[in-house]
Design a protein. Sequence first.
Length: 536
Amino acid sequence: MFETKKKIKKRLIESFGKVKKDSFYFESIEKYFRNKDHTSAFQILSDKTCNDLDFNELFMFVDRTTSKVGQQFLYDTLRTIPSDGDKFIKQENLIEQLTKDQNLRLKLQVHLDKLARDSTYFITSLFQDEHIKKPKWFFIIPVLSFTSLLCILMLPFTPQYFYVLLGVIIINMAIHYWNKRNLYEYLGSIPQLLKLNMIAKELLKYKLLTQISPDLPESIKIIDKVKNRMSFFKLEAKLESDAEIVFWGMLELVKSVFLLEPLLLFGVLKQLDTKRKEIEKVFFFVGYVDSLISIASLRQGLNVFCLPDIKDKYKVLEATEIYHPLIPDCIPNSIQVTDKSILLTGSNMSGKTSFIRTIGLNTITGLTINTCFARKFSMSRLKIYSAIRISDDLMNDKSYYFEEVLTIKEMIGKSQIPGSNLFLLDEIFKGTNTIERISAGRAVLSYLNNENNIVFVSTHDIELADLLQDTYRLYHFSEQVDKKTVDFDFKLKEGKLKNRNAIRILEINDYPEEIITEAIELSKELDKIYVVSNRG
């Protein structure tokens, strides 16, 4: 539906600071990230960690971009932890001005809104993907094109050329429609590249943005050299409406007779192939500007946020009133890690796993977009690894426990590499029996908790907390069980969980009395065995 400029501005003003209501097509959003060279990055977040921390849901909350270019750029930004935070100094200055100056921000967004069509996602293919190659017989195409022209010119003098022309036209039309499939692959990307280049020019008119990429005008100029040839694709894309079908039919006849489409397509692709760096620079510039506006919008919509303090020293993580951005009315908590790692105890649904995810998500957003969902947050520059959401790999005949073993083995390897890591684990080795789970868990957690690493782990095993109390700081989440209700306060408390409410919860849910009695008696016996063995 066509929108007037006035309506576009109204929509953009009203959406600032609010969560998008758009649909998210992650296969397209991820295209730039999946194909980008990340060799200079500090860490690329793995698919495993993203799945564990509900990254896609986080992205849908954080993303306030206007264009599809900005959306792809922001996705890459959130999954790529940079080697240093120097870029944030310049970035924060730009975000501050974009937040304060609504008029400037709106002007930029109106330009960026022109890149909001889904076809914009395919611009990345022009500088990341291999282009279609000419077939070996392509040399015949210019010959056939010239033959058509020659026949038409000779017709008034030699009518017999009509039969030659007719034969050539039949061949040319076959080639023309064979090439349609190749052409359609670029009907989205090339017109959008023209638009991208034009918008980059418009954005550079604002002095504030020229500092981002001083050599960008040269890249724009190089792409402009192919502008006239690329304009053909823009025309082709427009001529797909019914209103212009007559003109389209006439043009289609001319193109097929002279084989204009394959000649122009492969000519343009050859030139674009040499301009990949320039296209990526323009893409980066526009995406970066949009992502800054998105961060400003995100912060505008938050009641509480902070800029993280990234420490040079290892094993530091301090959070004041930290909360999970995806949990409505989330209860904030505070924690300090300076020497020991953290072991959490508590029953199901009490908040252990959500708190571990809270730490992980805030670490990611702090290191990537310099924004944390907390009153204060400071940390080392950390690499993040997780073992939270593990499932059986039935296709490869791997059990839950075996999958868990492989995941934690990777963590063990990473723990010995110089640097600082954040390891997030939920119910370690829950895929095996109690004795071996506690024994293996204690050994692994002691090993992971070396000088530089920070471990956040949850467990139901109070015995594990006892065994690790010298090297791990103990915290717990608890609930209040009344006659017929279970109330969780989701507040982090120091020390290990002392009250056991699992059997009590069975009782308030009307389990048979004989089950409750037997369970209580058995738990008392097991407690005695544990106390005796612990003394021994």
